[in-house]
Ligand binder design. Structure first.
Ligand code: IMP
Length: 184
């Protein structure tokens, strides 16, 4: 089976492949722009995107909508993470967090899979925003996020390490487990 991951981010595809290879499912990247609506939840954004695409792309396919939620900023950038990354970047977040004592934050990921209907899978990882960038791996806000129980940032980990604990890793695991059952 071949499964399209609709994203412009090759880093996400690399993370996903590791979960599906053992199932004999080949994940490939499909770059199709789709509207990311302004909504309060990742679920709404992901579900709207997958329904919009279902009228334009041959299934099966999935997409992921994720975000960084910082407690001291009342969950910002949250559903606006992609926009904030593009505009303020990692340095902008570090600036907003200057002098802020409560560094706790979490990443959340919602995967929306389309096979004629929508299926949602979720994952979350808690951690802290550090004071300076560290590491060169990963993407996005990885260099400033240290998952709880670790002392390295996501950008200082291998893809495998990040996968075992990350929000997307967890959502992908739930998706892969579901697919295994449903492919029988
Ligand atoms: P989207 O899911 O493509 O809309 O992107 C959400 C934004 O959140 C990305 O542009 C990244 O900046 C950030 N993000 C999502 N997942 C991760 C991750 O695993 N590491 C670092 N940043 C992430």
């Amino acid at each position: 089976m071949r499964l399209a991951f609709i994203t412009s981010n090759p880093g996400k595809v690399e993370e996903a492949r590791k979960y599906f290879e053992p199932l004999g499912v080949e994940v490939y990247q499909l770059r199709v722009e789709y509207p990311e609506i302004q909504a309060d939840t990742l679920e709404e954004v992901a579900e709207y995107g997958v329904r919009w695409l279902s009228e334009r792309v041959e299934g099966p396919f999935f997409l992921d909508d994720s975000g960084l939620f910082i407690d001291a900023l009342n969950g910002f950038p949250g559903v606006y993470s992609a926009y904030v990354y593009k505009t303020l970047g990692v340095d902008g977040i570090l600036k907003l967090m200057e002098g802020v004592e409560n560094r706790s934050a979490h990443f959340r990921s919602v995967i929306a899979y389309w096979d004629g209907e929508v299926h949602l899978f979720r994952g979350r990882v808690d951690g802290d925003i550090i004071h300076e960038r560290r590491g060169s791996g990963g993407f996005g806000f990885d260099p400033i996020f240290v998952p709880r129980g670790f002392n390295r940032t996501f950008a200082e980990m291998t893809t495998e390490e990040k996968n075992t604990i990350s929000h997307r890793g967890r959502a992908l695991r739930a998706f892969a487990e579901w697919l295994k059952e449903n492919l029988k």
